[in-house]
Ligand binder design. Structure first.
Ligand SMILES: NC(=O)c1ccc[n+]([C@@H]2O[C@H](COP(=O)([O-])OP(=O)(O)OC[C@H]3O[C@@H](n4cnc5c(N)ncnc54)[C@H](OP(=O)(O)O)[C@@H]3O)[C@@H](O)[C@H]2O)c1
Length: 334
């Protein structure tokens, strides 16, 4: 096979506060000839996700930090080009954690075969991928059930819009918050939310109280900060919180003081559970059956914002912190 040129994105310095383009570099490499047991994959789509911001910092967390001078990692879906492993053949479609590059060389254990019929294949980064699984796992974590009033922040994003659609399928009443009136309309019209508001248009608690005058049973937290504080006030007795993410604080250089009203946990006997989606990987089969079933039946929509070209990937990542995406932010590799 002739030499294949690959483009990949490296982290070259650790961001302080909001990341900037200079923290990253687009690097050209040559793909080395395949060794026994190796598989060559051409990535078709790669994911950019808020959690990657945490991996850009030094220090221990639930996933190791990215290394400087090395390609970043993240979800990707691609097509096998060449294989020296019996498990895969050219034309197979696979997901991996070797995103941020056009080509990857992987061992079979690092690849997960998926069906080509699901189109566009970026759905494996959205509804049928990590973010869809996060939404599904979060609802299971606190046993969301019919009749619950559920409030979701970051609702128009990848996890949030799927959490809302799945909560509706469970018979819940669903309220979402997002950062523009356009997103508010999207939540109502495209995702079936019962109510939605723009968290930038006024105090979150005031807007939440208007939409849920009798309070909420469940809060799906994607952003932390003011939304978490508002939810603690709005939750009814025995309410539950899914602690999924806190994007409002990811670029803070110093830890921000927590909610002033945590004592609601005591007085209202609330439960707050932390969620890490990788804890749920043993349930991948059930996720594919349930959520894949809804998707194939047309009951669950995949919403995404697509940017094209690896040279746009850093901008797509930075755009997550400015709300540039509706649904899952993905990068199409050409
Ligand atoms: N625990 C887990 O295992 C797990 C797995 C996946 C994701 N997560 C977390 O879940 C959350 C959502 O992830 P995602 O992949 O679905 O991302 P996403 O919602 O698709 O994208 C990020 C969105 O966050 C919003 N945002 C940005 N800055 C904000 C701020 N200061 N305050 C409020 N909202 C802000 C923006 O929307 P607006 O226009 O609405 O501001 C943006 O579109 C993140 O916190 C992520 O880290 C956790």
């Amino acid at each position: 096979m002739p030499t294949i040129l690959n483009q990949e994105i490296h982290l070259v310095s650790r961001p302080h506060g909001i990341p900037v383009a200079a923290n990253f570099r687009l690097v050209q490499t040559e793909v080395a000839p395949l060794q026994d047991q190796q598989v060559l994959v051409r990535n078709l789509f790669m994911s950019v996700d808020p959690y990657m911001r945490g991996r850009m910092n030094e220090g221990k967390s639930y996933v190791p930090p990215f290394e400087l001078g090395q390609p970043l990692e993240g979800g990707a879906v691609g097509e096998v080009i060449e294989s020296r492993a019996k498990e895969f053949k050219p034309g197979d479609v696979v997901t991996s954690s070797f995103g941020w590059r056009e080509y990857c060389v992987a061992l079979p254990a690092d690849l997960h075969a998926v069906r080509r019929e699901a189109q566009p294949l970026s759905v494996y980064l959205g509804v049928l991928g990590m973010t869809g699984m996060t939404a599904w796992a979060g609802l299971n974590l606190v046993e969301v059930k019919s009749g619950d009033v559920v409030y979701i922040s970051g609702a128009a994003g990848a996890v949030g819009n799927v959490a809302g659609q799945l909560a509706k399928l469970r018979g819940c009443s669903v309220i979402g918050s997002a950062g523009s009136m356009e997103k508010v309309k999207f939540l109502r019209a495209e995702c079936g939310f019962d109510a939605a508001f723009d968290y930038k248009a006024g105090p979150v608690l005031e807007q939440l109280n208007l939409e849920a005058p009798d309070g909420i049973d469940v809060y799906f937290d994607n952003v932390g900060g003011e939304s978490l504080e508002a939810a603690l006030s709005a939750l009814r007795s025995h309410g539950r919180i899914i602690a999924c993410g806190g994007i409002s604080g990811y670029n803070e250089e110093k830890p921000r003081p927590g909610p002033s009203n945590l004592f609601n946990i005591t007085t209202k006997r609330l439960t707050m559970k932390g969620l890490i989606v990788s804890d749920w990987l043993d349930l991948q089969g059930e996720f594919e059956k349930v959520v894949g079933g809804y998707y194939r039946a047309g009951k669950l929509k995949n919403h995404e914002t697509v940017v094209t070209g690896i040279e746009q990937a850093v901008g797509a990542f930075l755009g997550l912190f400015q709300g540039n995406n509706t649904g899952k932010m993905v990068v199409k590799l050409t």
